[in-house]
Design a protein around this ligand. Structure first.
Ligand code: NG1
Ligand code: ZN
Length: 531
């Protein structure tokens, strides 16, 4: 290691005294002005990780749905997954090391993780549209170069596009070409192939209004437009030219407030959707003729996709058994879980919040559908299932079976299997609605959401709350769970839980009950119990 260079560059990216940050649910997030030293050091870590696994690593500068003034950084592992949990601790150690200790901490990480510093390193960089992102990504480059690493800066990309690039690079192009054109071509081709299989394909003319949260999604959707024929009409709103990122719009705003975003004029029964600030989440919604707003969240997206896949699998699995499951978190609406288990008869698993937990669980199945209620999710196909499906497309004599396999094959290519992707999910949903001839109202009517409320409260130290059972029960502080149990008892169809957020300095409270008034009251009562 070039100690001299490390000292010189770390002095250019000084750590503000007394600032401690943790690699949380989605990497580091904070006010942008506190992050320069963190991103520099994550440049170092990305180079170390790359040397450790002999593969290209990704690093994304974004704070997703947080306000424009915030920023953040997260690392992407070789197959496009989130950074391996064993390295999160190294990330936190490196970010919080005193400047004079930095070399020692790097050396310790090399020892613990068996990193050979003489090896090459390769890092892909991406960033969102925040005003602070460009400068921060320059600091990432400093970190990579101090350890002699190579980098490719993709500049402005969505988070899932960066995950895709990393996966393509490390699979020698098997997953696709590691360029934006490669991404657009792969997705648009699979989408158009799917649409062709629709019985009303001749008339395919779908209008969709998209709120891009004033973020990167608008830019990337515009770039993608030329790859689609004219019949595919995506109307882009909140493109970032007028308002601030995530301000009163975007998927998180719509989900949390359960109301339409600003900047998008909605006519009755029009199908609309919102991306979040880095375009890895999506929710749909519409307004009925009486003016009532209907949210179609990640749970209903998972349900629609599961119905579609289950039907196709039933057609092809006479020759090959494929298991399918849905993975959710405690935030999933109780009625979605009931519908999936009891009506659709698909096994459902509940895991801790955070995509890495959902992704990991979904990998256990031939077809693993995972979505957070907030709209972050995707579908994973096992290698064996993918091989079988592609083989059926080529060899199956029975027309109906072959057509079903073909649809599955196109789904495999359309869905971004590395991580939740608003653009890819949107195309999957649009294709399914077209193929099944479903309106947004039909989709919404699959089941009725139980009224619910998500609240957040600030407490002195959110880490005093420790949870178990996929975060559905509190272990500490003592007595809290008993209080919650007693409150839940007072209401019908009720459920409530609390957990410390991994991305904000707050405790989140979730409550569900038979009416909105009761869900609100229960959430409020639980929030009082937290203090
Ligand atoms: P935290 O802040 O840990 O609740 C939030 C979301 C997660 C996940 C991450 C990363 C909720 C309740 N929580 O995590 O689902 O998406 O942000 O973006 O929506
Ligand atoms: Zn996001």
């Amino acid at each position: 290691m070039d100690s001299e260079a490390l000292r010189k560059f770390s002095a250019l990216h000084p750590r503000p005294a007394g600032l401690t940050l943790h690699y949380g649910t989605a990497g580091f997030r904070s006010a942008a002005q506190h992050l320069d030293h963190v991103v520099f050091r994550m440049g170092l870590l990305a180079a170390l990780r790359s040397k450790a696994v002999t593969a290209t690593i990704g690093i994304m500068v974004t704070a997703s749905h947080n306000p424009e003034e915030d920023n953040g950084v997260k690392l992407v592992d070789p197959l496009g997954e989130m950074l391996h949990p064993s390295w999160e601790e190294y990330a936190t150690q490196l970010a919080n090391a005193e400047e004079q200790e930095l070399e020692k901490v790097v050396t310790e990480i090399c020892q613990k993780a068996a990193v050979n510093l003489h090896k090459d390193a390769s890092v892909f960089i991406g960033r969102d549209t925040r005003p602070s992102s460009k400068k921060l990504s320059q600091s990432v480059i400093d970190g990579i170069q101090v350890l002699g690493g190579q980098y490719h800066d993709y500049g402005l990309v969505t988070t899932p596009q960066l995950h895709y690039m990393v996966c393509c690079q490390n699979t020698q192009g098997q997953y696709g070409k590691a360029t934006l054109e490669g991404y657009y071509e792969k997705l648009s081709k699979a989408f158009m192939e799917l649409i062709k299989q629709s019985h009303c394909s001749g008339e395919f003319q779908r209008h969709l209004k998209i709120d891009c949260a004033n973020g990167i999604g608008a830019l990337k959707l515009s770039e993608m437009k030329p790859y689609f024929p004219q019949e595919v009409v995506f109307h882009i709103y909140n493109d970032g030219t007028k308002e601030k990122l995530n301000h009163l719009c975007g998927a998180d705003f719509v989900k949390v407030h359960q109301k339409p975003p600003g900047g998008l004029d909605m006519k009755p029964n029009e199908r609309c959707c919102s991306f979040d600030g880095d375009a890895d989440r999506i929710v749909y919604y519409y307004k009925d003729t009486a003016g009532h707003f209907h949210l179609i969240d990640g749970d209903k997206i998972a349900t629609l996709i599961s119905i579609f896949l289950k039907e196709l699998l039933a057609k092809v699995t006479l020759t090959y058994e494929m298991n399918m499951a849905v993975v959710q978190t405690a935030y999933a609406n109780g009625n979605s879980t009931r519908y999936l288990q009891e009506t659709l008869k698909v096994p459902v698993h509940c895991v801790k919040t955070g995509v890495k937990h959902l992704h990991h669980k979904a990998q256990e199945f031939d077809v693993g559908v995972y979505f957070e209620a907030n709209g972050h999710g995707t579908v994973l196909f096992s290698k064996a299932a993918e091989t079988k499906i592609r083989q059926l497309v080529k060899e199956e004599k029975d027309n109906e079976k072959r057509e079903a396999a073909k649809m599955l094959e196109n789904m495999i290519d359309l869905i971004n299997q590395t991580v939740g992707d608003a653009v890819s999910d949107m195309l999957v949903i649009e294709a399914i609605l077209a193929l099944k001839g479903l309106s947004v109202q039909h989709w919404d009517a699959l089941y009725a959401d139980l009224p619910n409320r998500l609240l957040k409260v600030q407490v002195a130290d959110r880490r005093v709350i420790d949870t178990t059972d996929a975060e559905r029960r509190a272990l500490t502080p003592p007595g809290l769970q008993e209080k919650i149990d007693a409150l839940v008892q007072k209401y019908r169809l009720a459920r409530a839980f609390v957990r410390p957020s991994g991305t904000e300095d707050v405790v989140r409270i979730y409550a569900e009950a038979d009416t909105q008034e009761n869900a609100d009251a229960l959430a409020h009562e639980v929030s009082l119990a937290v203090f």
